[in-house]
Design a protein around this ligand. Sequence first.
Ligand SMILES: [Zn+2]
Length: 117
Amino acid sequence: MFCSNCGKQLEDGDKVCGFCGKQAVHTVANENTIRNVSVENTANTNELDEPSTGINVLCFFIPIIGLTLYFAWKNMYPKKAITALKVALIGFLTWTVLSVVLRLSIDFIVYWMISNM
Ligand SMILES: [Zn+2]
């Protein structure tokens, strides 16, 4: 049987859920309801688990948001979490490369100016 509160599987003899502490209710009807609810929840989760362009753009420009979202979402929305992490990683690499290129250009310009004074 399953806990009516958190849905975790319980031993048939359990009086109280070992996961959330709620009193266990031993009825077949209850079990079926819980199974249906968890099936519905899975459907809802999958529907919500679609990467959104706005979030991805945000993750690209501010990679730390992508990293945060990955840890916040990885259990509930695995697809969205992985996408956010990937975009954050691409964004992070892009900004790292850009800042190195920018830094080298400034160094080069400064060097060029000094050597031409
Ligand atoms: Zn429980």
